[in-house]
Design a protein around this ligand. Structure first.
Ligand SMILES: NC(=O)c1ccc[n+]([C@@H]2O[C@H](COP(=O)([O-])OP(=O)(O)OC[C@H]3O[C@@H](n4cnc5c(N)ncnc54)[C@H](O)[C@@H]3O)[C@@H](O)[C@H]2O)c1
Length: 406
């Protein structure tokens, strides 16, 4: 019989991570239906994915478990029904108490400013990696887990400019041996450790240091499925559904301007120009990929503290039709960031564990639907990405169907 699967969350005290755990506990208690989870739809019936009740949660964070976050007495349940928060609160707090310190190596000043629980004794990059690997092994051993899936839910790092170090595994190893901290970031160390420990790895953040070609190639060599980057939960989700409409009706998009305001800690970190740059680069790719040309486009992200976890996106689309007439479309998207993100994380954990069991290695392109910048995928239309997932699910079902005699 199949045992338990561990879910190791990097940034485990953050908003998405705590919502993931809360949601999984509420699902386990049958307090909520699995709304928002694609793997709970008929498409995956009979696909033998790990059950939510067989997931065990752990992870790390650079903030300490006693500061202003849900592990303490001031658990802020946000939009979550208070009955659910009360029912799962004790177990959630027990899980969060087990969260240990992380690394903030070369993460930039916005993230360094959050850090209260990082290793203090310096040490080399290899030392840091060994510590993360040991944590993963302990998690697997103590919780008697069959597999461990690692998900990066840490704050967005500033972008890293890639060089030879980031192309091939041998170059990356040399860079780690030479202790060249300026060439890597904390997210690189986590991903490297996960891959070396045989743990499927998902980068939900736009941090480009968290998954680059050398790491993908290493994952292929180690037989580990990986995927990223940057979960697609709000404005970009709507963009990737709407932009194909303009393309297929031959309407010319002249400009697409988007303004986002959000108030949580993610918003606070993204308020920092370098960190914001990572998010904007990730959001900006979608239109040109779908339309085949790049209209005038700008994406603004502003931090408005009073909004807490709520995000509002206002998009203005200016387009040209028959006889050169200019027209426009506007939409406003309002949502809770972590509520939108958490079911995707659970979906991806189930699919990553499944991919490992099936012997898949390297990128998981069928997960493109879940990402703003799906690695190794040129298809950015939401509908086409959904079909990629359906094709995968159908392929899996066909492979599982028992062969019947003539
Ligand atoms: N909410 C969404 O819809 C959405 C969509 C796509 C991507 N993301 C990305 O997901 C990530 C998490 O979002 P969130 O809203 O939970 O943010 P958050 O700020 O609430 O949580 C991030 C957590 O990561 C921790 N952290 C930062 N650096 C770390 C490190 N090096 N090691 C370990 N922990 C570290 C922080 O202390 C914090 O607890 C962000 O990068 C965000 O941009 C979010």
């Amino acid at each position: 019989m199949r045992g338990k699967t561990g879910v190791y969350l990097i940034g485990a005290l953050g908003s998405i991570a705590t919502t993931v755990v809360t949601g999984a506990l509420a699902l386990r208690e049958r307090m909520i239906p699995p709304i928002g989870m694609v793997t709970a739809t008929d498409v995956f019936e009979g696909a033998d994915l790990v059950r939510i009740e067989d997931l065990e949660f752990g992870g790390c964070d650079i903030r300490c478990a006693t500061d202003e976050h849900p592990a303490g007495s001031d658990f802020d349940a946000g939009p979550i029904d208070p009955r659910i928060a009360e029912a799962v609160g004790p177990e959630l707090r027990a899980i969060l108490k087990g969260i240990h310190g992380g690394t903030a190596t070369n993460c930039g000043e916005a993230i360094a400013g959050l850090a209260g629980c990082t290793r203090q004794d310096g040490g080399t990059l290899r030392d840091e990696i060994e510590e993360i690997r040991e944590r993963l092994r302990r998690f697997r051993r103590l919780s008697r887990l069959d597999e461990v899936v690692v998900v990066n839910l840490a704050s967005t790092e500033p972008p890293l400019e890639f060089e030879v170090c980031h192309e091939f595994p041998a170059a990356l190893e040399a860079c780690l041996d030479a202790n060249r901290a300026e060439k890597i970031r904390a997210s690189t160390l986590y991903a490297y450790a996960a891959i070396r420990e045989g743990c499927p790895y998902v980068n939900f953040t736009p941090s480009n240091a968290a998954l680059f070609p050398a790491l993908v190639r290493l994952a292929e060599q180690c037989g580990v499925p990986v995927m990223g980057s940057d979960g697609k939960t709000g404005e970009t989700l709507v963009k990737s559904a709407l932009a194909p409409m303009f393309a297929c009706r031959n309407l010319e998009v002249l400009s697409w301007e988007g303004f986002n305001i959000l108030g949580n800690m993610d918003g606070r970190v993204l308020n920092h120009p370098q960190n914001k740059e990572s998010k904007i680069r990730s959001k900006d790719r979608v239109l040109a990929k779908i339309l085949g040309y790049a209209p005038h486009s700008r994406t603004g992200i502003d931090y408005v503290p009073s909004l807490d976890d709520q995000k509002t996106a206002w998009d203005f689309i200016h387009f040209r039709g028959f006889l050169g007439a200019k027209m426009s479309l506007q939409f406003t998207w309002q949502g809770y960031d972590s509520i939108l993100a958490a079911p995707l994380v659970l979906d991806m954990v189930r699919l990553a564990e499944f991919a490992l069991r099936r012997g898949e290695a390297g990128l998981m392109p069928h997960l493109a639907l879940f990402f703003k910048t799906p690695m190794g995928v040129e298809e950015y239309s939401l509908e086409a990405q959904y079909r990629m997932l359906l094709d995968y699910a159908n392929g899996v079902r066909t492979a599982l169907r028992p062969v019947t005699g003539p």
